[in-house]
Design a protein around this ligand. Structure first.
Ligand code: 5MM
Length: 328
């Protein structure tokens, strides 16, 4: 019988297949409301399902993707032709991922936010596994400002991410750990380096104390850039690549299975160019790829705009964005 470790190994092998990445399509209801409002649509169960069908059932996405991260709602939905989305993905050979955190809430006595969802996680993971999910994602959020992120938040978040990762691995689900550092603000790239180092060091210390098998774990970090309101923005890809690898080589253990970057509000072109600059450096100890949401979906969603006659055109744009992220 396959142990949880065997199952995770099969999944990690698939998720690390070369020159492909992961599509994040796990936007919460609040985020989908915002995204669909931007193209003039109401967000309801039907529009979200139609949009997710455009992504999931797009011909040939498996040439560029190893997996897709879904929102819980999508995991249980089916296409217009009544085929379960999970079956469509499995037939394409794609791994099914699931966002398992339950969003942000206020950290008491502070302006910072903490991620919720650990209490109910164990039983939810068992249900998601039954449905076909083989990897999961949990996101923490850090804002760089004069007094943030605080040591307190970094410590709490690191413990939570490591605890979540342990629960996943115990149930045969590969964890993606996502400590996002927002690009909002006027901070320099040097400041982001310092903050990233503190956050990732704390995270991997927590992973050691929870005895996490990092060879079956994926890190989904922000690239190291300046703040979007800084005079340094936009940073040339060579600077992003140098800053990111300088810090990551110091603090990310070599046996982390894969680093799949988030795009974090960079333009699609910027995110692809920066990713390529990072991937092009010699002797990287980890698999390096993408797990973008906006930088892949934005142009395609805009073209679709809720009209079925634009589905083909939108899918072509989706493929274009994916190709641009699989340049190696
Ligand atoms: C940072 O967001 C993740 C990556 O997306 P981008 O490439 O657009 O930055 C993404 O997976 C995110 O976690 C999901 O979209 C869910 O976010 P919400 O805020 O809707 O839970």
């Amino acid at each position: 019988m396959n142990t949880p470790k065997d199952i995770c190994q099969q999944t990690i092998n698939k998720l690390c297949a070369k020159n492909k990445g992961i599509l994040a399509a796990d936007e919460s209801l609040t985020t989908m409301n915002k995204r669909l409002a931007e193209i003039g649509l109401n967000s309801d169960e039907t529009t979200r399902r139609q949009y997710r069908e455009l992504l999931i059932d797009c011909p040939n996405i498996e040439q560029y993707l190893n997996g897709i991260i879904l929102h819980e709602e999508t995991l249980y939905q089916s296409s217009d032709s009544e085929k379960r989305f999970c079956d469509i993905l499995t037939d394409k050979g794609l791994c099914i991922g699931i966002k398992v955190d339950q969003g942000l809430s206020d950290l008491p006595h502070s302006s910072e936010k903490i991620t919720r969802g650990l209490d109910s996680l164990e039983s939810r993971l068992a249900d998601y596994f039954k449905q076909g999910a083989r990897f999961a994602k949990w996101r923490n959020v850090y804002k760089i400002d004069k007094n943030t992120p605080s040591h307190h938040l970094i410590g709490l978040n690191s413990q939570t991410l490591a605890h979540y990762a342990k629960m996943c691995l115990n149930q045969g689900i590969v964890p993606i750990i996502e400590p996002e550092i927002l690009i909002d603000g006027d901070h320099s790239i040097e400041r982001t380096k310092v903050v990233t180092k503190a956050i990732l060091s704390s995270l991997f210390d927590a992973c050691v104390s929870f005895n996490i098998d990092l060879s079956q774990t994926i890190l989904k970090p922000s690239m190291i850039t300046s703040g979007k309101q800084s005079s340094e923005w936009p940073n040339p890809p060579s600077d992003v690549s140098a800053a990111t690898l300088d810090i990551f080589k110091q603090v990310v253990p070599n046996h982390v299975a894969s680093i799949n970057f988030l795009s974090g509000g960079q333009s699609p072109q910027q995110a692809s160019d920066n990713l390529f600059a990072i991937q092009s450096q010699a002797d990287l100890p980890w698999n390096v790829s993408f797990s973008f949401a906006r930088a892949i979906q934005q142009p395609c969603m805009k073209l679709w705009a809720g009209e079925s006659q634009y589905v083909d055109e939108a899918r072509q744009e989706l493929i274009n964005r994916l190709k641009d992220n699989c340049r190696l």
